[in-house]
Write a protein that binds this ligand. Structure first.
Ligand code: AVI
Length: 298
């Protein structure tokens, strides 16, 4: 986690946002008026779930990569023709267990086989997935948190995990008006700032850090050339922070780059999918062009 703080510019991996506090803050972000992503994607799935499901064969085994609380899968499961299994994959055991309990109650005949794993690693799901067609589900624009090259490699890995002839549904945030993007990552209530700063609180708690959170501020500008929102923590003054036995020195105004959130046009996403060996077979975008859902096939 810490080697990025020894580099120039300083970085921290965005995967560390999601301790229990970070996961709670992210749930609050998803409900913010400015954070349109979750609402727009849910609306798209509500409106088009039936149509998407009709393009998927019967008895499909569904794998959700980074399932969290599995809030969106209902919008597909209710339309799929006799799905064979649902395999949620997530690093949070408590989220997996409570989601699996709720889904077993709602779909008593469906095999629910949770996998406690990091979806970015190599996954072997032969034990969880019955033979037959496979469908991957990767909502939330989580793909945007990977650089295009890593996003390509990730989609290719998903396709390999699912096997020949698989389909994959991906939710992707779109390029849009910069003010709207900026507001979504710089909300008035300061929840995104708290989410970002929680990384430093986590280092203090778990690694014996001495970060003074009042001496860092959240910034999230849109980098137009790269097509991404960047999240940073900016040091308000020159300071030295201890982390265990190590020391990290900051200049006044120096940044720790904590996250990228890429925004993709249809052409951008089609290129990434195609580099991963996948073809875009269906596209759903709302009228305001806020968010997109793609169905890809091998
Ligand atoms: C999880 N991911 C898609 C979110 C995003 O929009 O990039 C994480 C997030 N960062 C700040 N707000 C939300």
């Amino acid at each position: 986690m810490l080697h990025g703080l020894a580099q120039t510019p300083k970085t921290l991996p965005c995967t560390y946002f999601y301790d229990a506090t970070g996961a709670r803050l992210f749930t609050r972000i998803c409900r913010l008026p400015e954070y349109y992503l979750t609402r727009s994607e849910m609306a798209l799935l509500q409106q088009h779930g039936g149509e998407i499901a009709r393009r998927v064969p019967a008895h499909v085994g569904v794998v959700e990569f980074g399932s969290g609380s599995s809030r969106k899968i209902d919008l597909l499961l209710e339309h799929l023709d006799r799905p064979a299994a649902y395999v949620p994959v997530d690093v949070s055991l408590s989220c997996l267990q409570s989601a699996a309990r709720a889904l077993r109650r709602r779909y008593p005949g469906l095999l629910i086989a949770p996998v406690h794993a990091d979806f970015t690693t190599h996954l072997e799901l032969a034990q969880q997935l019955p033979a037959g067609p496979k469908l991957g589900f990767f909502p939330g624009s989580t793909l945007g948190n990977f650089d295009p090259a890593d996003a390509t490699a990730l989609l290719r890995r998903f396709a390999t995990t699912l096997g020949e002839g698989c389909q994959l549904i991906v939710g992707v945030d779109t390029k849009k008006d910069v003010c709207r993007l900026h507001a979504a990552y710089n909300d008035a209530a300061g929840v995104t700032a708290a989410f970002n700063l929680n990384l430093l609180r986590r280092i203090n708690r778990e690694l014996g850090g001495t970060f003074d959170l009042r001496q860092f501020v959240h910034r999230a500008p849109y980098n137009r050339a790269a097509g991404r929102i960047e999240m940073h923590l900016i040091s308000l003054r020159a300071q030295t922070v201890r982390i265990g036995n190590a020391q990290v020195t900051f200049r006044a105004g120096e940044s720790i780059h904590t996250e990228n959130s890429y925004k993709y046009s249809l052409a951008d996403f089609t290129a990434i999918a195609s580099n991963a060996g996948l073809a875009v077979r269906g596209t759903w975008i709302d009228r305001q062009r806020s968010f997109s859902v793609y169905l890809c096939g091998g």
